[in-house]
Ligand binder design. Structure first.
Ligand code: G16
Ligand code: MG
Length: 214
C-alpha cells in the first residue's frame, strides 16, 4: 500500500505561482527585460537563485554574484508582501479534502517544496497541522529536478520511495519525483506534464481509491 504522500506547495496546495510570476516579472521589467509564459513554466519548482539566473540569461543580462543576491532579495521582499496577505480562501480546490482523507486512511503526509517561504504560507492558509513533515528550500542543497527534497521527505517518514506518491505541478518536480523512484500525479495540463503517472486538472478529481490504483 501507499506509505506516504508528498505534496509540492506552489501550484498544488496554493497558487503562489502567480505571486512568484508577478514578482519576477516586475524585477525583469525593472532590468529592461521580460519573459514569456512558456519561459515562466521553467521557473516553477526551481530555486530562487536558479530562477534569477535563468531570467538574466534570457534577457542577456550579466550581474555579479553580489548584485544577484540583491536582486533575489528584492524579488523576495515583493513576494513576501503578497504571501503575508494570503488566507485559507486561497487553498486550491480539493487540497484540504485530499489531505484530510489521506490522513484518515493512516497515510503520512509531507511537504516537498523548493520554497524557503513554505512554512509561512502553510501557516497563513491554516494547513500546517495536516503535514507530518515539512521539507523545503531551507533543508535541501539541490533543487528540483534533483530528487533530494522528495527523498528527504520519504526518509523522514520512514517510507520506501516506491511506495510514495508525489503531487506536482512543475516539469522539474515531476522529473525529481521520477528520479527518486516515486509515483507522481501531475496537477495541471497533460500537454505540459508528460511523464507523470496520472495528470489531473485539480486535486478534486482524486480520491484514495484512485491513488491506490497507481
Ligand atoms: C516554489 C516555486 C518556485 C520558486 C521556489 C522557491 O517551489 O514553484 O517558482 O522559485 O519555490 O521559492 P522561494 O523564493 O519562496 O524560496 P515549489 O517546489 O513549492 O513549487
Ligand atoms: Mg510547484
Amino acid at each position: 500500500g501507499i506509505e506516504a504522500c508528498i505534496f509540492d506547495l506552489d501550484g498544488v496546495i496554493v497558487d503562489t505561482a502567480i505571486y512568484h510570476y508577478k514578482a519576477w516579472k516586475r524585477l525583469a521589467n525593472e532590468l529592461g527585460a521580460d519573459f514569456t509564459e512558456t519561459q515562466n513554466e521553467k521557473l516553477k519548482g526551481i530555486s530562487r537563485v536558479r530562477s534569477l539566473e535563468l531570467i538574466l540569461e534570457w534577457g542577456g543580462i550579466s550581474k555579479t554574484a553580489d548584485e544577484q543576491a540583491v536582486l533575489a532579495t528584492r524579488k523576495n521582499d515583493w513576494y513576501v508582501d503578497m504571501i503575508n496577505r494570503m488566507t485559507p480562501d486561497e487553498i486550491l480546490p480539493g487540497a484540504r479534502e485530499l489531505l484530510e482523507s489521506i490522513r484518515a486512511a493512516g497515510i503520512k503526509t509531507a511537504l516537498g517544496s523548493a520554497s524557503k517561504n513554505a512554512a509561512v504560507i502553510l501557516e497563513k492558509v491554516g494547513l500546517l497541522p495536516l503535514f507530518d513533515v515539512l521539507v523545503d528550500g531551507n533543508s535541501v542543497s539541490s533543487s528540483k529536478p534533483d530528487p533530494e527534497v522528495f527523498l528527504k521527505g520519504a526518509a523522514a517518514l520512514h517510507a520506501a520511495p516506491a511506495k510514495c506518491i508525489v503531487f506536482e505541478d512543475a516539469i522539474a518536480g515531476i522529473e525529481a519525483a521520477k528520479a527518486g523512484g516515486m509515483k507522481v500525479v501531475g496537477v495541471g495540463e497533460q500537454a505540459v506534464l508528460q511523464g507523470a503517472d496520472l495528470v489531473v486538472g485539480s486535486l478534486e478529481e482524486i480520491n484514495i481509491q484512485t491513488l491506490q490504483q497507481l
